[in-house]
Write a protein that binds this ligand. Structure first.
Ligand code: NAD
Length: 498
């Protein structure tokens, strides 16, 4: 059986804590690898390597740092198929979806290739007599990323690519459920010419995370995962004065206006609700048709589509989606379906009985669809994170706008309409971080920033785009006077620029 250690000081090292976790192959339900769980001492070893290597990397000019990133892009492209298959076999998502996971991460690495331009400071000549002012961006030092299971390529790259391009050294703590691809990405960064110690991967669980939180040499933490852990990390990091951004769970609504193109909308809901078995933070999990006729038209088209979803293995290219990540994830989703029935929602399609022939031990679940969900129900309030879509019928636009706006989560939202006025009003007023207009999964492209509001995001700056450069650097502002011989006498009041 494969055993996965850590990546410290430029090479894979065996774990020595004596603790490991099983890495499953969701499509068969078999254990395929053992991953080491780092102790505090192993995290410390990674930080020491990072700290020793970082000053020289920060002093390397930005165009040379960009060249490493460019080479990395080339190497990931070279190994694209192998990486996608490994990712699919550890996560469960299908190979084409795994390729998308890698691609959306690579786009952020592409953005980071612009680091010579992105890190430029500002300059003002003649702000006072002989006085010029300029600002510069400097890296923070050693920074860390703690990432979830559901995008094992994309989210690590969202974190380490901009951080490293800015001149930081990075400690990545990926999900212990699918650590294979993050380890391969670290190897490829080395092959691309990154000096040893600049990208380290420590595999582990809460013990490794707490060691990162408490380490005085780690200056910033970027976290993505569930809301309770996001909140825990944000609060504990603040106590030790670390810069921190934490992205949490979601409950993304899609509003369907009476004038929406219903065929297009149903296509969008099917893909965004059930793709990747609903295990995406931007998955649509609530559909809100406006008005009874819209709701009835929607259900008429949606029910047969959910019933005919094609669930397959992770390596079946014709599958709409594959297995969930673990047996526990399947049980959790089934439990929510039981809760929804008890709460009085109408289970229009029940996916609980689905069995994958020949793969009976795999973590499969059919698509489920609830109608007549109301906002007091747990299945509406809580994140299910599985192939389940809830339909909440709204009487009018005002009620539909209020639903996502008042929900605890505020990651993504979408509106389907042909009415430009309604779309514009919705985008301006809705209390959610990312908005799609006839776009079900509005994940911004790499050169814009990504981040949810309310319980979906803690911290001031978003991920990727210009915010990532701000997050991974600190600004220094220099006020200089040349020639130094200008004599103005002693100044006892607050100096003003004359
Ligand atoms: P998770 O919170 O269980 O784990 C995330 C990370 O935290 C992992 O690295 C894990 O090892 C670590 N962790 C888990 N329990 C911990 C604990 N008690 N103490 C310290 N660290 C701990 O999340 P997950 O199940 O891997 O991922 C799914 C969640 O991530 C969903 O809620 C999803 O919405 C969310 N997510 C959010 C975004 C976003 O951008 N907002 C993106 C992707 C996923």
């Amino acid at each position: 059986m494969r055993s996965i250690g850590h990546f410290i000081g430029g090479k894979e090292v065996k774990g020595n804590s004596g603790r490991t976790a099983d890495v499953f192959e969701p499509m068969t339900g078999e254990v395929q690898a053992k991953v080491a769980l780092a102790s505090k001492a192993e995290v410390r070893a990674a930080v020491e390597n990072a700290r020793a290597a970082q000053p020289e990397w920060a002093a390397t000019n930005p165009q040379r740092r960009a060249r490493v990133m460019m080479k990395f892009l080339e190497l990931v492209q070279r190994d694209y198929d192998k990486l996608a298959e490994l990712l699919a076999r550890e996560h469960g998502k299908t190979v084409p979806d795994a390729k998308g996971d890698i691609q959306r991460g690579l786009e952020v690495a592409e953005f980071a290739c612009g680091i010579p331009h992105l890190m430029k400071g500002e300059y003002t000549e003649g702000a006072g007599p002989g006085i010029d002012i300029y600002s510069m961006r400097q890296p923070l030092g050693v920074v860390a990323g703690i990432t979830p299971f559901n995008f094992p390529a994309m989210i690590p790259m969202w974190k380490f690519a901009p951080a490293i391009a800015c001149g930081n050294a990075f400690i990545l703590k990926p999900s212990e459920r699918d650590p294979g691809v993050p380890m391969k990405l670290a190897e490829l960064m080395m092959e691309a010419g990154l000096p040893a110690g600049i990208l380290n991967v420590v595999n582990g669980d809460k013990e490794a995370v707490d060691a990162i939180l408490d380490d005085p040499d780690i200056k910033a933490i970027g976290f993505v995962g569930s809301t309770p852990i996001a909140q825990y990390i944000y609060e504990r990091a603040a106590q030790t004065g670390k810069r921190c951004q934490c992205f949490g769970g979601a409950k993304n609504h899609a509003i369907i206006m009476p004038d929406a193109d219903m065929d297009q909308t149903v296509d969008a809901l099917i893909g965004a609700g059930y793709g990747s078995a609903g295990e995406r933070c931007m998955a649509v999990s609530v559909a809100v048709p406006v008005g009874k006729t819209t709701a009835d038209r929607l259900m008429e088209k949606l029910i047969p589509r959910v019933e005919s979803l094609k669930i397959g293995t992770s390596v079946d290219p014709s599958a709409d989606y594959g297995p969930l990540v673990t047996r526990e994830a399947v049980e959790k989703v089934k439990n929510y379906i039981d809760i929804g029935i008890k709460e009085g929602a109408t289970l229009a399609v029940d996916g609980r009985g689905f069995k994958m022939q020949g793969y009976e031990k795999g973590f499969y679940l059919g698509g489920s669809l609830f109608d007549n969900v109301t906002k007091d129900m747990r299945i509406y309030k809580e994140e299910i994170f599985g192939p389940v879509l809830s339909v909440v019928r709204a009487h009018d636009y005002g009620e539909a706008l209020a639903l996502p706006s008042e929900h605890d989560y505020g990651n993504g939202v979408a509106i389907f309409t042909r009415d430009g006025d309604a779309a514009r009003d919705f985008a301006a007023k809705v209390n959610v971080g990312m908005v799609g207009i006839n776009v079900p999964i509005p994940v911004p492209i790499a050169y814009y920033t990504f981040g949810g509001w309310k319980k979906s995001g803690f911290g001031d700056l978003n991920q990727h785009g210009p915010d990532s450069i701000r997050f991974y650097t600190k600004t220094k502002t220099v006020t200089s006077r040349w020639p130094s011989g200008v004599k103005e006498g002693a100044e006892f009041s607050i100096p003003l620029m004359k």
